[in-house]
Design a protein around this ligand. Structure first.
Ligand SMILES: O=c1ccn([C@@H]2O[C@H](COP(=O)(O)O)[C@@H](O)[C@H]2O)c(=O)[nH]1
Length: 225
């Protein structure tokens, strides 16, 4: 089985990102490039990292706009050949359908449900009713009906979603090895728990990128799986 861990390369400098990608090569299954990286380095930066590491690239750009705009953005990133791209499931059915239709042939499109940095209190303040579990299940159902490949959710919900959507592709961030600092993440589980509950991709950032020896930290996480 291939390594399900994707390292989130949330570092501001391109040379630091390339160096980190090369360090963890062979110890993670892919690399996730998000808003911080893409806003700083754009398509050029994605090419540099992809070339340096030779690993699948997950573009976590979390598109959220009207259907026509999101479809155009999806087309614009074909050239980067991402393995996975995120959009916000709360953008609605038409947006998700058009995004999937515009995505590259080998690109999985997954819908972000409820950010792992939010808890019940944060959800209440957005005016959405119900629990985080309710919100994730609601948006997972909509994402599946819209033809997406899967969703992004926390490890606290992935088991329930997996029961409803058997062949879905589930990306789980907010992962912390036992004893590591949660930081801004609020719905946290261990990589092992998320994997056991049905996660397809385990997104890990700071526990690897900020470790004194990132390759060792990645190996230690893989050993727990
Ligand atoms: O709900 C979400 C969606 C995306 N993320 C992203 O995952 C990583 C997590 O990084 P850590 O350092 O391991 O906390 C980061 O790039 C987020 O943008 C998420 O955390 N939660």
């Amino acid at each position: 089985m291939s390594n399900p861990v994707y390292l989130a390369l949330d570092v501001p400098q391109l040379d630091a990102a390339v160096e980190l990608a090369q360090k963890v090569k062979g110890h993670v299954g892919g690399l996730k490039l998000g808003l911080e990286f893409f806003c700083a380095h754009g398509a050029h930066g994605v090419h540099e990292v992809a070339h340096a590491a030779g690993l699948p690239i997950f573009l976590d750009l979390k598109f959220h706009d009207i259907p026509n705009t999101v479809a155009g953005a999806m087309q614009a990133i074909h050239v980067l050949e991402p393995a996975i791209v995120t959009i916000h499931a709360s953008g609605g059915r038409a947006m998700m359908e058009d995004a999937k239709a515009a995505a590259g042939e080998n690109c999985k499109v997954v819908g972000v449900t409820m950010l792992t940095s939010m808890d019940q209190n944060d959800l209440d303040k957005t005016g959405v009713t119900g629990t985080p579990h309710d919100q994730v299940m609601r948006l997972a159902e909509l994402a599946e009906a819209s033809g997406l490949d899967g969703i992004v959710c926390s490890g606290q919900e992935v088991g329930a979603v997996h029961k409803q959507w058997k062949n879905g592709f589930f990306v789980v961030p907010g992962l912390r090895p036992a004893g590591s600092a949660a930081g801004d993440q609020k719905r946290v589980v261990t990589p092992r728990q998320a994997r056991d509950d049905g996660a397809s991709v385990l997104v890990v950032g700071r526990p690897i990128s900020r470790a004194p020896d990132p390759a060792q930290a990645a190996r230690e996480i893989e050993a727990t799986l």
